[in-house]
Design a protein around this ligand. Structure first.
Ligand code: GDP
Ligand code: MG
Length: 166
């Protein structure tokens, strides 16, 4: 099994930390250069069963008013063309404008969306449950997976979830 995974989320939610945790020494490609005009390969993770190609989606992190029609289309096309979308948020913070903007972008996307609640090491379990309730109402996520990218909690579970969508 092989497939592309879009990683999206506002700055500082832990996207890079997650990538580093998953890829570890298995990094095949780590490049800041755009591979094409529409996306940027962050890394490739290969196991016996599967190959996961993680890509960054330029444009999706920008506030809506700064995005032209064309950029919006490019971002949407990229999201459509990947097998899974990983939407990473910081569970230790209230949902913010940046998150809401991304959620708006994700509406009407047929690609499975996995909501990753990162930084669970910073929240009380009761607050984690509250956050799950908040996000659940915002969009019809395929899965909601709480992790700590920094400490590595549940990261292997998230990899399994991704694998199941390839
Ligand atoms: P990015 O901008 O989304 O790529 O975010 P980074 O991966 O650069 O992380 C931003 C900050 O959050 C860094 O200081 C990380 O160490 C921290 N961070 C990332 N994941 C976690 C986590 O699971 N728990 C905690 N406590 N901090 C985290
Ligand atoms: Mg980063």
């Amino acid at each position: 099994k092989s497939g592309f995974i879009s990683i999206i989320g506002r700055p500082n939610v832990g996207k890079s930390t997650f990538m580093n945790k998953v890829l570890g020494q298995k990094v095949a490609i780590m490049s800041d250069k755009p591979q094409t005009t529409r996306n940027k390969i962050q890394g490739v993770y290969t196991t016996e069963q599967s190959q996961m190609i993680f890509i960054d989606t330029p444009g999706i992190h920008k506030p809506k008013h700064q995005l032209g029609e064309h950029m919006m289309k490019v971002a949407r096309n990229t999201l459509r063309e990947t097998e899974v979308i990983l939407f990473i948020v910081n569970v230790a913070e209230e949902i913010g404008r940046g998150d809401e903007f991304i959620i708006e972008m994700l509406e009407h996307t047929s690609t499975p969306i996995v909501l990753v609640l990162n930084k669970i090491d910073l929240v009380h379990p009761d607050d984690l449950i509250k956050q799950i309730e908040v996000y659940k109402d915002k969009l019809n996520f395929s899965e909601i997976v709480p992790i700590s990218a920094l400490q590595g909690n549940n990261v292997d579970k998230l990899v399994e979830v991704i694998e199941s969508y390839l």
